[in-house]
Each structure stands twice: as structure tokens, then as C-alpha cells.
Design a protein around this ligand. Structure first.
Ligand code: GRF
Length: 228
């Protein structure tokens, strides 16, 4: 691209597709951060595996197209995820966001969006992968937990780590109180990770994600202000 002196470059608008299974508060935080101008991106589709997902209401409210795709309506996992990949590609999706998508994503989608699928997990990976990361942290007795945004590979929460935020765990925490504390950070770091990606600041070298610019951007104890 030719550059002209004095011209301020805005990175081009990133096209997102979101997969969510439930409440969709992370989906909402991404929508809010787009609407506030913090994140220069557009969400072209919400895909859910759950017809009762509250995320569907949120999509409707913000005029975002939504599709319900239930695995049981497909002959096998491969066909299901190939179909999801078709729907995303058809709409020009460049980055896929798993915002509480409660399934291990199939290879058919991962192969077509290698290092282009981000997930948020409510623990400091590689600790406490899988379901109920917050409960696992409380039960184990760790003093610090948090959340992780990572790229998605074939494993369960095993992909390369993009960004993490840490929160304290108190002796009287329950799964609920810790979840609430972590969720506040999720709503900040997920839009922030997407912003880093949209700005072309993220590259992947094996297991390592390199963020161009300030190295402290990858561990957020005090995440930058995003819209809440
Ligand atoms: C979040 O805790 C997220 O970390 C996990 O699933 C939950 C989804 O919550 N992957 P929501 O649907 O975004 O409110």
C-alpha cells in the first residue's frame, strides 16, 4: 500500500462472525466496544447451537443476523463444522469469535480458520481448562486466577495464548463471586484482543503469540479502558 505523508491511516474494518451458546455477555461487550468506536470491526453473523440462547435476543436488538444450527440436524461433526465454515466464509468473516460456545470446535472449521478463531476461557490457562474453570480455581485454592483469550486448535483450551488478565481469589470466594470478578475482565480483554488483531499487531510463532508494540499488553492486571 502506498503511504502519503500526513495521511492518518485507519486499519480496515475487520469482519467478525460470533459463535455463542448462551447468555452472550461477551458477545454484548464486543458489540458495545464496536458501537463505542473502541473496536473497528463489524459482526456480520451470530451462529448458535442453542435456539434458546439469550445471545439471539442481543443480536436481534443490534440488527445482527443470527443463525441457529443444531448439531443433531447434521449427519456428523465434520459436516456440522464444514457447514458453519461455509456460512462464515459466505459472509466474508475474517476472524471467528467463540463467545461462550460450549463445544469443542471440529477440525473442519479449524482447518479453514487456522489462527483465526479466538476463544475466551475463565481461568489462567493452562490451569483449569474445560468446564467450570472458576469452580476448579476455587476448589483448588489458588490465590490468583483470571481469564485467557487464545487461538483455537484441536484440543480443549490448548491453543496459543494471546492475552490474559489476572484477578485475586479470596478465601471466601464461591464459584459465583469469582465468576463475577473474572467476567468483568473478560469483557475488557476480549474486545482488546480483537482490537490487537484488527490492528495487525498479532503474529503467531508456534505456541507463542507475539504482540507488536508493548509487551505488557499481553498480561493485563489493569486492563485498558474499554466500553463497559
Ligand atoms: C464465559 O465465562 C466464558 O469465559 C466462557 O463461557 C462464558 C460465557 O459467558 N467461555 P457469556 O455467554 O459470554 O455471558
Amino acid at each position: 500500500m502506498q503511504k502519503f505523508p500526513g495521511f492518518v491511516y485507519n486499519y480496515t474494518m475487520l469482519t467478525l462472525g460470533v459463535l455463542a451458546s448462551g447468555r452472550g455477555s461477551n458477545f454484548q461487550s464486543i458489540v458495545d466496544n464496536i458501537e463505542s468506536g473502541f473496536l473497528r470491526a463489524k459482526i456480520v453473523v451470530l451462529i448458535t447451537d442453542n435456539p434458546d440462547a439469550y445471545a439471539l435476543e442481543r443480536a436481534k436488538k443490534h440488527n445482527i443476523e443470527s443463525i441457529v444450527l443444531k448439531p443433531k440436524d447434521f449427519p456428523d461433526k465434520n459436516t456440522y463444522y464444514a457447514h458453519i465454515a461455509d456460512e462464515l466464509e459466505k459472509r466474508g468473516v475474517e476472524l471467528v469469535i467463540l463467545a461462550g460456545f460450549m463445544r469443542v470446535v471440529g477440525k473442519a472449521l479449524i482447518d479453514r480458520y487456522r489462527n483465526k478463531i479466538m476463544n475466551i476461557h475463565p481461568a489462567l490457562l493452562p490451569s483449569f481448562p474445560g468446564l467450570h474453570g472458576q469452580k476448579q480455581a476455587v476448589d483448588y485454592g489458588v490465590k490468583i486466577s483470571g481469564c485467557t483469550v487464545h487461538f483455537v486448535d484441536e484440543g480443549m483450551d490448548t491453543g496459543a495464548i494471546i492475552i490474559q488478565a489476572a484477578v485475586p481469589v479470596y478465601h471466601d470466594d464461591t464459584e459465583e463471586t469469582l465468576s463475577e470478578r473474572i467476567l468483568k475482565q473478560e469483557h475488557k480483554i476480549f474486545p482488546y484482543a480483537i482490537k490487537l488483531y484488527a490492528e495487525g499487531r498479532i503474529s503467531v510463532d508456534g505456541r507463542k503469540v507475539i504482540i507488536k508494540g508493548d509487551q505488557k499488553d499481553s498480561l493485563l492486571i489493569n486492563p485498558p479502558p474499554a466500553a463497559t
